[in-house]
Design a protein around this ligand. Structure first.
Ligand SMILES: O=C(O)CCC(=O)C(=O)O
Length: 281
């Protein structure tokens, strides 16, 4: 498992090398319980409802952190921002890509970046600007309670061999075939790559590169999570923000005006008007 020290240089080194870091106990038990109650209220689901969703997408609210003011304190959480600025850089901005999840347990290896095939598309061209976009996952239940873990394949934000690609393509085909038949996806097993499974406690947080291969695990208990993202003030972060604004199944709106003001005050506002060549094709 990645180191849990919050020292900026450790975080940066691990984030660059492995593609992720773990922040234990980011939220206090009281904060986690408060957000968990809020997610129950929003979804209309209780702990007992998890079996209905056990190997499906569960309940999700796209961009819920941005659109619901009750979650804004998470965006400005001091310890989280310190860690984000350590891994992404001092010019970190809030790039949205947020989700609220309840009982989501659909395994499938994927990337969250706009360009998901290794080496293909502007996300993989770092000749003008480094790719420093990070996704944040905060879990509000323990592994013991839910059997939920986040799987990550270290290093796949920066490299992928021919054999890795062939194995991934095979599992993508298997899952596409299963989806067409209305069956739940399965978790691909690889000969050429070894995932790390991060088992979290209440309030733990993972920060991972949007380009890293990762997957949810199946669940066997209630699961509640908050996802959001930040990136350096450059073309790759703008591209990610636009991607989720333009994607037909997400269609994010702009920052709500009150949030935009707060983001400006904390140097987290990401302007989309830098005129860089990052348009979504
Ligand atoms: O549900 C989880 O724990 C992981 C979700 C995920 O992989 C994603 O939102 O990209």
């Amino acid at each position: 498992m990645s180191a849990t020290s919050d020292r900026a240089s450790d975080l940066r080194e691990r984030f660059d090398h492995d593609g992720y870091v773990v922040l234990k106990g980011l939220l206090s038990p009281e904060e986690a319980a408060q957000y968990r109650d809020e997610l129950k209220r929003l979804s209309g689901l209780t702990d007992a409802d998890f079996p209905r969703f056990a190997s499906s997408g569960g309940w999700a609210l796209n961009d819920g952190v941005t659109t619901l003011a009750v979650f804004w304190p998470v965006i400005f959480h001091r310890r989280l921002l310190d860690a984000v600025r350590a891994v992404v850089g001092p010019d970190a901005r809030y790039t949205q890509h947020s989700d609220l999840l309840v009982h989501a347990g659909q395994p499938a290896w994927h990337r969250d970046s706009a360009d998901r095939l290794f080496g293909r598309g502007p996300d993989w061209d770092e000749s003008r600007a480094p790719y420093r976009v990070a996704r944040v996952a905060i879990y509000l239940q323990s592994y013991e309670e839910s059997r939920s873990a986040l799987g990550l394949i270290p290093g796949t934000h920066r490299r992928q061999s021919f054999v890795n690609s062939a194995e991934l393509a095979l599992w993508d085909k298997v899952n596409a075939w299963r989806k067409r038949r209305g069956k739940p996806t399965v978790l691909g097993r690889f000969l050429s790559m070894r995932p790390e499974w991060i088992k979290t406690d209440v309030g733990d947080c993972l920060i991972f590169n949007e380009r890293i291969l990762h997957s949810a695990s199946k669940i066997d208990g209630p699961k509640y999570a908050i996802f959001l993202s930040y990136g350096a003030d450059n073309e790759h972060s703008r591209r990610l923000r636009r991607f989720y604004m333009e994607r037909p199944d997400t269609r994010y709106g702009d920052y709500p005006p009150d949030l935009a003001e707060k983001l400006k005050q904390d140097d987290l506002y990401l302007s989309l008007e830098a005129g860089e060549r990052a348009a979504i094709s």
